[in-house]
Ligand binder design. Structure first.
Ligand code: NZQ
Ligand code: ZN
Length: 388
């Protein structure tokens, strides 16, 4: 294995009423805050009032950007950056799911430059600094609360592009599992599929890494498999919501990656689905992942599927290798489509084959995805056909 650096200094306040620490924490970053949120769920659940009183008691001047969309648009980032510049904002506070967090992070970067926000994605403009970002998470899924990534959509160019940049890492995140009690069954299911995918993208890699990290990933996946059905059945089960929340953070905060240098596969494919059809990220991943695994399975790499099947799904280890591998994929499908209740085909969610060629080309940027198995545009198209 290679050497690596792990440095994720986001301060986490975890547990019931974690938000009560917001006022004291945010004071460290200045006086003027831009409060960013989505379509109104935080008002319905009473969180908006709690946050506002924390900010006011801390003596902060509060400015607001509301209406950040799921699959957040670059227009929201532009508007946020404009507000930051106009009011000399010191610090940003994102309250919501991954979309709100991602948009807020890119607002923080766009506020520090003169060029258009989309240049960060179309021209890979450097991200040298960003205003400090704090987050209050309301949906367990993306891990945005503890990583330096953010995914932004441009409806004009039909692009959805993710990018990591160190200055975007949140300074502090407030993780109260009770804030996810109101998340719908559908969004809970999509969030769980997203968490599973973040782990699988790293677990199935061409390069082996520390045994310890594989065990850790298997533990995270077993946690999702155990607690997702409980959260769906009993949305106010604290243990279920808490386990899912902390798992979402650790699935994609860089820890499980260790020293592996490789590309993700299902995420770039899914981003093309969302870019054109605006579907929920976790739903697209759930449909793609079992097909991707089926497409990639070979005698050469079956041992990894066997490890996954035995350690995560408790499949009988005395069965023949290929039988275990195929059963593991079937059990993953069963989890996504029966346990989580997500739609299992592109046809059901309205994705049409007329777009496959373009989406496949864009997913691999006209080259290859250099992941678990190298995928050309042709391979990706075949995986899309398997999803119909
Ligand atoms: O907009 P509001 O009214 O807040 O409603 C949201 C939205 O409609 C609602 N919601 C959130 N918390 C709620 C709630 N409803 C009731 N009660 C609550 N407590 O849920 C809907 C979906 O929210 P969204 O933020 O879009 O979901 P999610 O957290 O899954 O974020 C998805 C976005 O994150 C990106 C995805 O591509 C997608 O754009 N990702 C970001 C990553 C990252 N930063 O590292 C990695 C991921 O792989 C992913 O690509
Ligand atoms: Zn994801």
């Amino acid at each position: 294995m290679n050497n690596f650096i792990y440095n994720v200094p986001t301060k986490i306040y975890f547990g019931t009423d974690a938000v009560n620490n917001l006022g004291d924490e945010i004071k460290n970053y200045g006086k003027k805050v831009l409060l960013c949120y989505g379509g109104g769920s935080i008002k319905k659940m009473g969180l908006y009032d709690t946050v506002l009183s924390q900010l006011e008691n801390a003596g902060m001047a509060v400015f607001e950007l509301s209406g950040i969309e799921p699959n957040p648009r670059v227009d929201s980032v532009r508007e946020g950056a404009r507000l930051c510049k106009e009011h000399n904002i010191d610090v940003l506070l994102a309250v919501g799911g991954g979309s709100t967090l991602d948009a807020t992070k890119w607002i923080a970067a766009a506020a520090c430059v003169d060029h258009d926000a989309w240049d960060f994605f179309s021209a890979w403009a450097p991200v040298e600094k960003a205003l400090p970002v704090l987050t209050v998470l309301t949906l367990s899924a993306t891990g945005s609360e503890m990583n330096c990534g953010g995914v932004i959509s441009n409806m004009d160019t039909k692009d959805k592009i993710g990018r990591l940049a160190k200055p975007l890492l949140p300074k502090a995140s407030f993780l109260d599992p009770t804030l996810t009690y109101s998340v719908s069954k559908y969004q809970t299911a999509c969030g769980c599929a997203d968490i599973m995918s973040h782990i699988l993208e790293v677990y199935f890699a061409p390069q082996q890494d520390l045994y310890m990290l594989d065990c850790f990933m298997e533990g995270l996946m077993k946690t999702v498999i155990k607690y997702a059905p409980i959260a769906l059945e009993h949305p106010q089960d604290y243990d279920a919501r808490a386990n899912l929340m902390w798992t979402s953070s650790w699935a994609i905060n860089g820890f499980i990656t260790g020293s592996k240098q490789h590309e993700w596969s299902c995420h770039p494919m899914e981003h093309e689905l969302s870019a054109i059809y605006d579907i929920t990220h976790g739903l697209g991943l759930a449909i793609l992942t079992p097909r991707f695994l089926k497409y990639c399975l070979s005698e050469e790499n079956a041992h990894k599927y066997v490890q996954f099947g035995i350690n995560v799904f408790d499949i009988d280890k005395t069965l023949p290798k290929m039988e275990i591998a195929n059963k593991a994929i079937d059990m993953l499908s069963d989890f996504f489509f029966n346990t989580l209740g997500l739609d299992d085909t592109f046809t059901k969610v309205g994705i049409k084959q007329q777009d496959f060629k373009v989406m496949a080309q864009k997913a691999c940027e006209g080259d290859i995805i250099n992941g678990f198995v190298k995928l050309s545009a042709n391979d990706i198209e075949k995986i899309f056909y398997m999803c119909l």
